[in-house]
Design a protein around this ligand. Structure first.
Ligand code: GLC
Length: 433
């Protein structure tokens, strides 16, 4: 009997431990950062690595089954002679973006920062020898841009990324390492990323989809490790699932929250955390010499507006060339977004998705008692808006405050838009009581 009680007690203590592990309580600072993250609305994603030299995207090692040892030799030729962190951050600022998320280590396993955990990094393995992440971090802190680190959980070059995942099977890795070593390697690298580069806005994980769903990544240990070093740092994971305990934001790959046009988001139920959508300007993340299929300025701006109307941030990617420059066309597109945001930023920054859900004609955003109606695609002369239980003080054209006529309709109002010009985004500002 005594024995039995001891077992029960032990089980109780273990279950306490488990449930204690389950409840992550974000700090005040973390909560404030989540709000700030939502307020920023627009970020620039940067995919850059030694793969850029092959000019065919960041998956080339996997796609062409390149031998991992041969691939690693690319590092010896990596010398991005035009790299300038100051220029990058200025280009980002010109786009109106408020944060940068950069690949610190992608699936190929090459670290773009000076790490003591492996010689396979930009400082030790390239003739360039500069820690570009350090230079970027300093410039971001100087120019008041938040810095987020993309970090791949999967690795196509290490023997201890074992069991081998769904991808990178043809690169010739020997499969004899221990997961434990890989896990500690990641923890140690994260310690470096969170101690050597000042305040980090977020760690953005990717690659969890490489292993079967029941695989134990010991992810909570990784999350807790991050929060122990920088409690305010947000954790976002591109796992394509509903949020996991310990995370602070939810990202969607090439889809608005709740949609699944990309095919990645079938199991990504929308949760309660701050939302983000990441998208490419052309079709590839890493630099591609052949992919000229850039979205138009209008399409990109519409995507930003739609993300805001869906209560999400937009993280818009650029794949810098191997010499370290952003492609000209990417700079042009960022400038166009920045120009639009200069005029219309008030209807995007610091807003949340409006109380009228996204429609075929566009979306709404909201800040305090102002509702911004973004008309992106109007086919009719009249726009019906379901504004119920709220008194309207005025309806104006946002850009010049010209009063707009509206008439009460069944459970809402009708707005005459027969004169609406074909603009990128025709914005109405509705002041509510
Ligand atoms: C995918 C790709 C990866 C890219 C990421 C960005 O997960 O594997 O290459 O970095 O999407 O969202």
């Amino acid at each position: 009997m005594k024995h039995f009680i001891t077992i029960l007690l032990a089980m109780y203590i273990i279950s306490l431990g488990a449930s204690a592990q389950q409840s992550y309580v974000p700090t005040e600072e973390n909560l404030a950062n989540r709000k700030e993250f939502q307020d920023m609305k627009f970020g620039v994603f940067i995919h850059w690595g030694i793969y850029s030299m092959m000019a065919d995207g960041e998956w080339i090692m996997n796609n062409k089954n390149l031998n991992y040892e041969e691939y690693a030799l690319l590092a010896q030729g990596f010398y991005p002679s035009e790299f300038s962190a100051a220029k990058w951050v200025s280009d980002v600022k010109a786009s109106g973006a408020k944060y940068i998320c950069i690949t610190s280590r992608h699936h190929d396993g090459f670290s773009m920062f000076g790490t003591k955990q492996s010689p396979y990094n930009i400082v030790d393995a390239t003739p360039f020898k500069r820690d570009v992440i350090k230079e970027l971090a300093e410039e971001c802190h100087k120019q008041d841009i938040k810095l987020h680190f993309y970090y791949s959980l999967l690795d196509w070059s290490r023997d201890d990324y074992f069991p081998i995942g769904r991808t990178g099977r043809g690169v010739g890795r020997t499969q004899n390492g221990e997961w434990e070593t890989y896990h500690s390697f990641m923890l140690n690298q994260l310690t470096e990323l969170l101690t050597n580069y000042g305040e980090i806005g977020a760690i953005w994980f990717d690659g969890m989809w490489d292993q079967p769903e029941d695989f134990d990544w010991k992810i909570r240990e990784i999350y807790d490790h991050i929060h122990a070093i920088q409690p305010g740092c947000l954790i976002i994971n591109n796992h394509h699932l509903a949020p996991i305990e310990g995370e602070d934001g939810q990202t969607f790959e090439k889809d608005l929250p709740g949609q699944n046009q990309s095919g990645y988001s079938s199991t990504a139920t929308v949760g309660q955390l701050p939302l983000e959508t990441c998208e490419t300007m052309n079709r590839t993340w890493g630099y591609s010499i052949t992919d000229k299929d850039y979205k138009s300025e209008k399409e990109l701006i519409h995507y930003l507006i739609k993300a805001a109307g869906n209560n999400a941030n937009l993280l818009m990617n650029v794949g810098p060339r191997p010499n370290g420059e952003f492609p000209d066309i990417a700079i042009e597109r960022y400038n166009a977004i920045g120009k639009w945001l200069k005029e219309y930023g008030e209807t995007i920054y610091e807003t949340r998705g409006g109380f009228i859900a996204p429609r075929d004609w566009g979306v709404t955003t909201q800040k305090d008692n102002k509702l911004y109606v973004h008309i992106l695609n109007l086919k009719d002369d009249f726009l019906y808006l379901p504004i119920i239980d709220k008194d309207i003080i005025s309806v104006k054209r946002f850009i010049d405050e010209k009063p707009i006529q509206y008439i009460p309709a069944d459970k809402g109002v009708l707005i005459n838009l027969s004169e609406v010009p074909d603009e990128i985004d025709y914005v109405l500002e509705i002041d509510l009581l």
